[in-house]
Ligand binder design. Sequence first.
Ligand code: DHB
Length: 390
Amino acid sequence: MKKRTLIQALGLAALASASGLSLAQQQPFKIGLILPMTGQQATTGRQIEAATRLWIAQNGDTVAGRKVQVILKDDTSLPDVTRRLAQELVVNDKVDVLAGMGITPSAMSVGPIATQSKTPLVVMAAATSSITEASPYIVRTSFTLPQASVALADWAPKNGLKTVVTLVSDYGPGLDAEKFFKDRFLFNGGKVPETLRVPMRNPDFAPFLQKVRDLKPDALFVFVPSGAGAAVMKQFLERGMDKAGIRLIGTGDVTDDDQLNDMGDGALGVVTSHHYSAAHPSAANKKFVEAFEKANKGLRPNFMAVGGYDGMRVIYEALKKTNGKGGGDALLAGMKGQLFESPRGPMFIDAQTRDVVQNIYLRKVEKKNGQLYNVEFDVIKDVKDPGKSR
Ligand code: DHB
């Protein structure tokens, strides 16, 4: 150390101890937020970024004496880019927490970095069950596909749907959705004549939907990632599948609040299961939706936004519990076991699995005040990820 910098450092240290804060605590608390801001999953990035901004606007940018700084990076939803950005954020920016993760491959690629650097990684979007097993430093505030899919597999046979064909995006969350829907539906006495998988990148649904039309099941169960639902809906309707007596059901990713209102009346009556609807009837959600729309030119928050908003809460509360000190292990301990009311309803970070325990709602697309919404009509309370009990 040069003499001057040493003297400066000593001066800072004296100041710091006078104010009761350690040197580290005078540094900003850095959150490295990696999201797909461009490319195929850009709506996920836009929703989560808006939600984190809203959280900070409502809760301030100082927590337990620490200034909070969010460093946003665009990974374009390419996992190699996510990994490189995470490495840079940890090594160069010395972030206290990593967050975001628009898709499963991104979250998986960062797992080893979180472990090696002991940096908590708050997964706000990605939803394959096994993600939380990729590092003991991962905490999830989104949902899991098994959580959402099992609920629908219980609902379907009680509502006249005896044969269902599944159509999923061919990667982690899609394979989870297919497996957990199918196993439970078969267990409940249903039949699954075909399981179809469509490429995750630039999917063409047409040939798959043609096949479904020929098979003529009672319903088609769909999982596609956020942003792809409108294309599925459009082609489903264009092919007259609904008129041919095939019902569309799926996880709430299909009737995504980000796109639902533009899907048209053909979407009316579609039943899905999910952890969040912008129409969730609680005071906390009404406040969240109004504030989000106001801050974002009328953009309706979707389930990605709520994952980002709650992720910020989990980080803020953990930092408070360390009295502003931070530190990877202390923050992680502060994240585990958090229980609070989210705009989605009650939610809990299971200390054992670091995964989210939450209500799963059955919803039907209905018109409310001239707009399409996922209106909740039933709830399965406090659902743990069924993928964890394997
Ligand atoms: C994942 C991505 C999505 O957009 C979604 O709706 C669900 C899961 C994922 O890659 O894990």
